[in-house]
Design a protein. Structure first.
Length: 346
C-alpha cells in the first residue's frame, strides 16, 4: 500500500506543530500525477463499528484482531476501524499516558495482524509526536505490513487543547485503488474531499469517534445528509464508521457505519449499540460509469481562479465580508415592460 504520505517516522525528530508540518511536507510527493493513477481495481472493504475503551489498549487490539480475521475470511482487501480505535477517545489530559510513538508497540501489533491475515488495515490512536505533543492519527497498513500515517487536519474545539493538527492530505494505494482518509471532524470541510479527489482518490475512508447527544438513527440521518454530498460532488466512494457503546470516561457512542457509492447512494449500512462489521464491494465499473457521464465528474469543470477566498486566512478563521450591495442599481435593471407594470399595479 503506497501513497503520498511518508513512512512512519522517528518521533524524536518531531517537536511541536511547526516541526510536524515541516517533516510532513519535506521531500515527498504531495499527491499523484495523472500518469500515476491507473484505473481503479474492484475493492472489497470492511467497515467496523466497535467499542474502544479508553486506555484499554490490549483489549481494543484483541477486538480488532477478531474483526481482522473475520474480514479476511470474507475476502476483504482492507478493513477500516474507527478513529482512536486503539487508544479510545477522551478529551482529558490523561490520554497522554496512553499515547504512543509511531512505530510503537500497538502499531507493531497492527502490522502483524495485516501480515498474518494478508489484509490492509486502517486503525486510529493518539500518536506521541514529541515531548508532550500528540496527534490524532490513523495508521494505514498494507497487507505486507508496511505502514504510513494520516494525521487529523481539522480539530474540534475540545480536541484543540490536547492535540496538534496535521499539515498534509496524503493519498494511498491498495492494489490499483487510490484512497484518502478523513477523520471525523475533517469530513465537515468539503474542500478536503475535493483536494483528495484531485490527487486521484477514488475512495474516502472516514473513521469517526463521534459521541452523543445523538441516537444512532439521528447520527445516521445526519451522516447521510453530508457524507452523501462528499461522495456525489467528487464521484467517489465513501466508507464511514463510528465507535459504539461505553468508551469510558463518561462517553457513550452511537454505532453507525455507512458505505456510499459515487452517486451518494447507500451500498451498505448498520446502526445500533452492538459491535458489528459491514462489507461491500466497490466496483471499478460503477466509478468509471459515474465519472464518464455528463452529470458525473464535476471536478473536471472546476474554475479554480474563482475560489481564492477559500484559501484566505484570518486569526479567527472568519472572512472579512465584502460590503454587500443593499439596494438595486436602477440604471442596471432591465426596463420593465408595460404589461409587467400593469400587473404589479393591480
Amino acid at each position: 500500500m503506497g501513497g503520498g504520505s511518508g513512512r512512519a517516522r522517528d518521533s524524536q525528530s518531531m517537536r511541536g506543530e511547526h516541526d510536524i508540518c515541516r517533516e510532513e511536507q519535506h521531500g515527498r510527493l504531495i499527491g499523484l500525477c495523472k500518469d500515476d493513477t491507473g484505473p481503479m481495481d474492484d475493492l472489497r472493504v470492511a467497515a467496523v463499528v466497535m467499542r474502544s475503551g479508553f486506555g484499554e489498549t490490549t483489549s481494543n487490539l484483541a477486538s480488532m484482531e477478531r474483526f481482522v480475521r473475520q474480514a479476511a475470511r470474507s475476502g476483504a482487501h482492507i478493513v477500516c476501524f474507527p478513529e482512536m480505535s486503539i487508544t479510545g477517545y477522551v478529551l482529558r489530559s490523561e490520554i497522554e499516558k496512553f499515547a504512543e510513538p509511531i512505530p510503537g508497540p500497538s502499531t507493531s501489533e497492527v502490522q502483524r495482524m495485516a501480515r498474518e491475515n494478508k489484509v490492509g488495515i486502517l486503525a486510529g490512536l493518539a500518536e506521541l509526536t514529541g515531548s508532550h505533543a500528540m496527534a490524532m492519527t490513523q495508521v494505514v497498513v498494507s497487507p505486507s505490513g508496511t505502514m504510513e500515517i494520516y494525521r487529523k487536519l481539522h480539530l474540534s474545539e475540545g480536541e484543540q487543547g490536547l492535540f496538534e493538527g496535521g499539515c498534509d492530505a496524503p493519498v494511498f494505494k491498495v492494489g490499483g485503488t487510490t484512497f484518502g482518509v478523513q477523520l471525523c471532524y475533517d469530513a465537515h470541510f468539503p474542500e478536503l474531499s475535493t483536494i483528495l479527489a484531485l490527487k486521484g482518490a477514488e475512495v474516502f475512508f472516514m473513521p469517526h469517534a463521534s459521541p452523543p447527544p445523538e441516537t444512532a438513527e439521528q447520527k445516521r440521518m445526519r451522516w447521510l445528509r453530508y457524507l452523501s454530498a462528499r461522495a456525489y460532488d467528487n464521484s467517489a466512494f465513501v466508507v464511514a464508521c463510528n465507535q459504539t457503546g461505553d468508551g469510558g470516561a463518561g462517553i457513550r457512542f452511537s454505532g453507525v457505519a455507512l458505505i456510499l457509492d459515487p452517486r451518494g447512494q447507500l451500498i451498505a449500512e448498520t446502526s445500533g449499540d452492538e459491535e458489528r462489521m459491514i462489507i461491500a464491494d466497490l466496483k471499478a465499473d460503477t466509478l468509471r460509469k459515474t465519472r464518464n457521464t455528463r452529470m458525473g465528474f464535476f471536478l473536471a469543470r472546476r474554475r479554480p481562479e474563482l475560489y481564492g477566498m477559500l484559501s484566505a486566512s484570518t486569526e479567527n478563521g472568519a472572512y472579512e465580508r465584502p460590503e454587500a450591495n443593499t439596494g438595486f442599481d436602477e440604471a442596471r435593471l432591465p426596463e420593465e415592460s408595460s404589461s409587467a407594470r400593469a400587473a404589479s399595479a393591480s
